[in-house]
Design a protein around this ligand. Structure first.
Ligand SMILES: Cc1ncc(COP(=O)(O)O)c(C=O)c1O
Length: 438
């Protein structure tokens, strides 16, 4: 058993450190759908690590690719140098990505992808001679990672208030789409709310289109409680962006790579963004890697001027890291060879029906599902926001099921090859503990 005093040096991210160190939850190994914890229990992973291990844990083909790569080429700078796998990966991704998203820039994480995408949007307008387009529009209840760009367009108060001094000037937010009065217990896309996209027209009326570079949204918001876009909403955003020359950025860090049952949410909803951010499922969470895919017109706009000049002053030491490239290539072939996106699509109805079976259970005020995603919203305990959901989380963990909570919503996103028995286990475990918590 780990003792609190062993644990002081590590300042844990997004964690109440003192609470965790009093009651540690430690994983020591993983395989397929399960973790093994320090007590030796097998814990069913209901959240694919953190929306990332879409191919399950320690897949032998991915493990082998990483091991081989570590022994063959550990590192080469991505500045003025390359290695074959990263070019191969970019090519493979462009054939998987929808429409003409045909160029890929590599980063080390989702947050880096978001900041990269925002810089691309600013640079794009500038190189085209529209340098007044500097405003970046996000959405309330958006989460775009933790860089200064990401928190500026993000809409989670706790991620912003402490760092207010660093919030970018000239950002603004359209309204979120969450509305229990109209949409509680919707399956897939809620029917009500497409008109909320018109908020972007309000931004144009307020700031003028000539000042707006881009709007960034998660097609499905995850970290703020699983908010599925109302039918017609994303289409409407696309139309307004086209009308006013605004770039549309989809942050697909969590929705990419099969989560919806399609490769990307853009494909699932048939709405084409100009820029798409990726990470997580790209390597099935095995090695940190992010990417930003752009349409031809965005890339081409930068490819002007003298050929010896750097076109985009941006990049990371670990952009296109060989280990990550090898992991991503192996992950993509596992997705293909094992038809993992198809497996997710085939299981989506069972997932939806089973989790909607929690309707009517104590504390449950909404259930939102699509693909292999579910949000189960609980009524807030009076005077103690998040406490009820955290109690359910603790109890499910003690019962060997790993769930995640965000606010008072339970967010579930298992590896893509989850089976019916495991789905039932997750639902029954949650049901059992909903009945027992205050
Ligand atoms: C939509 C979205 N964008 C960006 C990020 C940030 O990714 P990372 O934690 O890899 O920086 C996340 C993380 O959950 C996310 O959900």
């Amino acid at each position: 058993m780990y003792k609190p005093n062993d644990m002081n040096a590590h300042w844990m991210p997004f964690t109440p450190n003192r609470r965790f160190k009093e009651h540690p939850k430690m994983m020591t190994s993983a395989k397929g759908m399960y973790y093994t914890n320090s007590e030796g229990s097998k814990v069913l992973d209901g959240i694919a690590g953190l929306w990332c291990c879409n191919a399950g844990h320690c897949h032998p083909k991915i493990v082998e690719a990483i091991q081989n790569q570590a022994a063959e080429l550990d590192y080469v700078t991505a500045f003025n140098m390359g290695h074959p796998k990263i070019f191969e990966l970019a090519n493979q991704l462009t054939s998987l990505l929808p429409g003409d998203l045909d160029h890929v820039f590599f980063t080390g994480s989702g947050s880096e992808s978001v900041d990269t995408a925002l810089k691309m949007a600013l640079g794009y307008h500038r190189v085209r001679g529209e340098a007044t387009r500097t405003r970046l529009i996000g959405r309330e209840r958006g989460y775009h990672g933790v860089g200064f760009g990401g928190i500026s367009v993000g809409g989670m108060v706790n991620n912003r208030k402490m760092f207010n001094a660093g919030i970018l000037q000239g950002t603004d937010h359209i309204s979120h789409t969450h509305n229990l009065q109209h949409n509680a217990f919707s399956k897939n896309q809620p029917a009500w709310g497409a008109h909320l996209a018109d908020d972007l027209e309000k931004m144009v009326a307020l700031h003028d289109a000539s000042t707006i570079a881009a709007v960034i949204v998660e097609p499905i918001a995850g970290s703020t409680g699983v908010l599925i876009p109302p039918a017609g909403y994303l289409e409407r955003l696309r139309k307004i962006c086209d009308k006013h020359g605004i770039l549309l950025i989809f942050d697909e860090v969590i929705t990419g790579f099969g989560r919806t049952g399609s490769a990307f949410a853009a494909e699932h909803y048939n709405v084409q963004p100009d820029i798409m951010t990726l990470a997580k499922g790209l390597t099935s969470g095995t090695v940190p890697m992010g990417a930003v895919a752009v349409r031809g017109h965005v890339y081409d706009a930068f490819m002007q001027g003298p050929e010896s000049v750097i076109e985009f002053f941006h990049g990371y030491t670990y952009s296109g890291h060989p280990l990550a490239a090898a992991a991503a290539l192996a992950t993509q072939s596992v997705y293909r060879d094992e038809n993992m996106f198809g497996q997710a699509a085939a299981m989506a109805d069972f997932w939806q029906e089973t989790l909607h079976g929690l309707k009517g259970h104590r504390h449950v005020i909404d259930i939102r599902t699509t693909g292999l995603i579910a949000g189960i919203e609980l009524e807030v305990r009076a005077g103690a926001p998040t406490a009820r959901a955290l109690d359910v989380f603790d109890r499910c963990y003690a019962d060997n099921v790993l769930i995640r909570t965000t606010g008072d919503t339970i967010a579930l996103t298992p590896p893509l090859m989850i089976n019916k028995e495991q789905i039932t286990q997750i639902a029954e475990t949650i049901a059992k503990h909903l009945a027992l918590v205050d």
